[in-house]
Write a protein that binds this ligand. Structure first.
Ligand code: NAG
Ligand code: NAG
Ligand code: NAG
Ligand code: NAG
Ligand code: NAG
Ligand code: NAG
Ligand code: NAG
Ligand code: NAG
Length: 478
């Protein structure tokens, strides 16, 4: 605030009378001082030769303080200066005091931030720009160049008062760094996760849309794209971007099979232990089971349950029930891992032979005396009875052969039940190829029953069976 008053102080007027000054219609005595315009003090100066002049000798502040021309006075937060120019112009200049507050109410010396700029309330309530502040909090003093987020930024206050914080270099010269570490040129578009970015000024990759594998083109921000059963939604909410997928299908609840830490869905199959193909079967009641659907031979051939497969000298079979992969010798496979096809060997009382596919067949039995009896046949053993080598209920048995022909001492063969004479005894062929004595025989006379007497021509014939002994006696009849 400035008020100015100009007085032509050199005005001199001659007067024969008591000399007075004239100012604005009033007479002033010598040395009289008046205040004009509430701001200036004017003094009347007269000379004896009758000349006078008025002179501005100082200023008066609104609160009444007098200040001599050329002086200043600080009062409260105001400074008043009474300025006299060479041309004689005097002005009362009002300015703020050193400690005056700033227009925003900040105290002298106080610092504050507005947006990205930092200010201080300087002397006289003058706002001084002191620094720029980056979003990461880094500070660049006014007039200096510093780094914010890796970029050179210049903090400046221009002569016209405008403050700028701007890249020291061409903003377009900065490359963007993608998450994978690759660098992108200004203007280049690139995919980062589910977002499409475009490299903008200052190396800022700006999100311009979303990316989904199935959708060929960029999905714009705040745009939905439907593809198949899925809505892909790219949205911006405030400063946040989101990419979401919504399924149009009602949510399905289903069971899965777990096996060795892995999850399988209905109907999927996998190979377990290298030997079985398992299938996951799930049910509506959310239970699941694993089924074996086939076996896998060591050579990797898959064979269904119930099937056989010859591989090398082995035959593999995928057995049902508790599914197993069974390995048995093949056509040329050794029996019991030892005997070649065609080979024969004796084990206990049996002679065995190796047949194709590892099949062991029984050839014959051996009695303890060493008589060999082919399977299905019977032989008389040295002890006199017959033994047979037969299959009984799936087992091979060496047993006495019930039905076996008898042999007379002359070598004749007799069937079971047949009788014949041998010396003075009558024999009948019984079981086991053994004959039993059923009576005695006297030549030309006839037969005598066991423990019977026969008298003929003065002779008594006795046929005795006593204590398992058979005797034939001939006595003179008395
Ligand atoms: C009157 O006296 C003053 C001071 O002595 C002088 O400066 C001035 O010139 C005189 N004026 C006249 C008209 O003589
Ligand atoms: C102030 O000066 C700067 C630098 O010279 C200029 O870029 C800016 O446009 C000017 N602002 C105004 C409002 O004149
Ligand atoms: C996109 O789809 C979602 C889910 O249906 C919906 O909430 C959202 O409002 C849609 N946005 C636009 C832009 O259509
Ligand atoms: C943006 O994300 C931040 C951090 O996840 C969260 O705090 C903020 O509320 C989100 N803003 C909006 C508008 O969703
Ligand atoms: C599993 O798949 C079979 C064959 O496709 C189907 O019949 C059955 O319903 C499915 N189970 C469930 C729980 O969907
Ligand atoms: C689930 O369903 C299957 C097939 O219908 C049945 O075998 C099984 O017992 C059921 N399990 C339960 C817990 O109900
Ligand atoms: C399958 O194995 C289990 C357990 O080893 C056994 O209890 C069951 O009897 C077996 N079932 C068949 C058909 O072999
Ligand atoms: C046979 O004769 C003997 C000797 O005379 C006699 O002891 C025996 O009792 C007789 N046996 C029969 C069955 O008559």
């Amino acid at each position: 605030m400035m008020r100015t008053l100009l007085l032509l102080s050199t005005v001199a007027i001659l007067s024969a009378w008591a000399v007075k000054c004239k100012y604005d219609g009033q007479d002033l005595d010598n040395n009289q001082i008046i205040v004009v315009q509430n701001a200036f003090r004017i003094k009347c100066l007269t000379e004896d030769n009758g000349s006078w002049k008025t002179e501005i000798i100082g200023c008066v502040t609104p609160d009444g303080t007098e200040i001599d021309a050329g002086q200043k006075k600080e009062h409260g937060d105001k400074i008043h200066e009474c300025v006299k120019s060479e041309s004689g112009q005097v002005s009362l200049k009002e300015s703020k005091g050193r400690m005056a507050a700033c227009p925003g109410g900040q105290q002298n010396g106080e610092e504050w931030q507005e947006k990205s700029f930092k200010f201080r309330c300087g002397d006289g309530g003058v706002v001084k720009f002191i620094a720029c502040v980056g979003q990461d909090g880094s500070v660049i003093n006014a007039g200096e160049t510093g780094k914010i987020g890796g970029f050179d930024v210049k903090c400046e206050q221009h002569a016209n008062g405008t403050i700028t914080m701007q890249a020291a270099n061409d903003p377009k010269s900065y490359e963007c760094k993608a998450k994978d570490g690759s660098m992108k040129k200004n203007g280049q578009e690139y995919v980062e996760g589910n977002f499409v970015r475009k490299c903008g000024d200052y190396g800022q990759g700006k999100i311009i849309g979303c990316f989904a594998d199935n959708v060929g083109s960029t999905i714009g921000v705040n745009q939905n794209v439907t593809f198949g059963d899925v809505i892909y939604s790219c949205a911006k909410d405030g400063a946040n971007y989101s990419f979401k997928t919504y399924s149009l299908k009602p949510p399905a609840v289903y069971a899965m099979c777990a096996h060795e830490g892995k999850q399988y869905t209905n109907e999927t199959t996998f190979i377990s232990q290298g030997s079985f193909r398992m299938k996951c079967v799930t049910f509506k009641n959310l239970t699941s089971t694993l089924e074996v659907v086939s076996c896998i031979t060591p050579a990797g051939v898959e064979i269904p349950i119930g099937a056989k497969m010859e591989e090398g000298d082995k035959v593999f079979e995928c057995t049902s029930g508790n599914v197993t992969l069974k390995s048995t010798p093949g056509q040329t496979g050794k029996c019991r891992g030892t005997y070649k096809v065609g080979e024969e060997w004796v084990e206990d009382s049996f002679k065995l032979a190796c047949e194709p596919y590892g099949k062991v067949s029984l050839k014959s039995c051996f009695t303890k005396e060493g008589t060999e009896i082919p399977l299905g046949e019977a032989r008389r053993v040295p002890a006199g009875y017959a033994m047979e080598c037969v299959m009984v209920n799936g087992n091979v048995a060496l047993q006495t052969a019930k039905k076996f022909d008898c042999e007379t001492n002359t070598g004749e063969i007799k069937k079971i039940g047949e009788t014949w004479n041998e010396g003075n005894f009558i024999r009948r062929c019984a079981n086991y190829g053994v004959s039993e004595i059923v009576g005695c025989y006297v030549e030309n006379i006839g037969s005598v029953g066991l423990n019977q007497n026969l008298t003929s021509n003065g002779l008594l014939y006795m046929c005795i069976h006593q204590n398992d002994q058979f005797k034939f006696r001939t006595l003179r009849a008395q």
